[in-house]
Design a binder for this molecule. Structure first.
Ligand SMILES: C[S@@+](CC[C@H](N)C(=O)[O-])C[C@H]1O[C@@H](n2cnc3c(N)ncnc32)[C@H](O)[C@@H]1O
Length: 338
């Protein structure tokens, strides 16, 4: 990939830009496999072929640092001197983001906003969060932006987590829905699914779309839950077919009657993983199948070790962020018959 900002030494965010993309994917696959190799219940796991990303224009969501001056604002990253670096035409960003930045600079100028200066801790505007929607809407008054994720349009409100690479995230949701919808050992179709750390509901809504009759999403951000409820209603799902609850995932699970544990559990926690308490709850009470999507192979391996009742059957790398160390892995776990 050719990048003028890299060539002039202004940006080093894509630290593996000089490494051919195939080699990057191979290195990430090795990192993920090494982490799982340490877990006895993951021995012999079958790795599906990695979901590669487009090496350019993949970034559909970006947090741009605002720097520069009132008359000449910059939009990009923070440089080594902790001042803003302008990155017009950044090749990993979706073209819609690059098209929007000149208009945003004009907007900052027209409002006479002072870009935040980190070294002196002065200024009014620090970041701009940009997400590419299904339609291109710049500075709309609308409270929800429709975004395409996999097979569905999801509503995105302010302050909610969104995967940075919509194309790869869409395939992650599809993969999880395919795993979720597989027949149970009894031959019956799964009837219930929980999506813990559901964000705006991408996993749960894809599972509902794949035919699971009752899905429940749990997420700590009330604003993300409002988005998920809106998307479920737009998809024509009743509150019984898809319910979304704002709560801490561990506390919520602990309050549930273990007899109501779902056929399929999906977890997609932040980098720290699900932690010992939830892993222990899952190990004791969750149903036949667990799908764990992780952005940190180290915490994934630690959590799997804490769930010895489950065997890791299949795994797949999803390359959300080319040219970086970022590794997203999804694994399918099956309860070992006791
Ligand atoms: C990696 S994101 C995944 C979001 C979603 N599954 C998706 O694909 O967009 C992790 C999510 O966990 C949420 N979260 C963080 N701590 C939580 C907690 N203690 N309980 C429930 N959700 C939490 C965050 O707000 C965030 O939306």
């Amino acid at each position: 990939m050719q990048c003028e900002h890299w060539d002039r030494g202004a940006c080093r965010s894509c630290r593996y830009l000089d490494v051919p993309y195939g080699e990057q994917v191979a290195a990430k696959s090795e990192t993920a496999a090494e982490a799982l190799a340490l877990v006895p219940t993951a021995a012999g796991v079958h790795w599906l072929s990695p979901r590669r990303s487009a090496p350019t224009a993949f970034r559909t969501s970006a947090k741009l640092v605002v720097g520069g001056t009132r008359r000449r604002p910059t939009l990009g990253i923070l440089g080594p001197d902790r001042r803003g670096v302008d990155l017009p035409g950044c090749p990993i960003q979706h073209p819609a983001i690059n098209r929007a930045t000149p208009a945003l600079k004009r907007f900052i100028r027209s409002l006479d906003l002072i870009p935040y200066d980190v070294p002196t801790k002065n200024g009014e505007l620090k970041y701009i969060l940009l997400t590419v929607g299904a339609d291109e809407i710049i500075l709309s008054k609308r409270r929800m932006l429709p975004i395409r994720a996999g097979d569905l349009d999801l509503a995105l409100g302010p302050g909610s987590f969104i995967q940075t690479n919509a194309a790869v995230a869409g395939d992650l949701y599809r993969q999880a829905a395919d795993w979720a919808a597989l027949p149970l050992a009894s031959g019956d179709a799964p009837q219930t699914l929980w999506d813990l750390y559901c964000g705006i509901g991408g996993f749960a809504l894809h599972a509902a779309n794949a035919g699971i009759p009752r899905v429940t999403g749990v997420e700590v951000s009330e604003r993300a839950i409002a988005s998920a409820i809106r998307s479920a209603s737009q998809a024509g799902l009743s509150r019984t077919a898809a319910r979304f609850i704002a709560a801490d995932a561990t506390a919520w699970a602990a309050q549930q009657d273990p007899a109501t544990a779902p056929d399929v559990l999906i977890v997609n926690p932040p980098r720290r993983g699900i932690g010992d308490a939830l892993a222990q709850w899952v190990n004791e009470h969750a149903g036949e199948r667990v799908i764990y999507s992780s952005c940190n192979p180290t915490s994934l391996a630690r959590d799997l070790e804490a769930m010895p009742a489950y065997r890791c059957v299949e795994a797949r790398l999803f390359d959300m962020f080319p040219h970086t160390d970022h590794v997203e892995v999804a694994v399918l776990l099956r309860r070992t018959p006791s």
